[in-house]
Design a protein around this ligand. Sequence first.
Ligand SMILES: [Cu+2]
Length: 72
Amino acid sequence: MTTATYTVHGMSCGHCVAAVTAELRRLPGVRTVDIDLSTGSVTVESDAPLAGDAVRAAVDEAGYELAGGATS
Ligand SMILES: [Cu+2]
């Protein structure tokens, strides 16, 4: 199990949080997605480390922008 924290720009309400959560949960191995709307902080717990490109693509699919790199 591994946990990574990302920052996502552009989320402004619970709907945004739900959209990002739903897309990230589609990634293989993702267990939990925890989003702090006030900071844009997205914490993802997964079976194995996620590829940054996959996370970026999922956030992009939801309609938002992944900031910078991941910090574990
Ligand atoms: Cu919203």
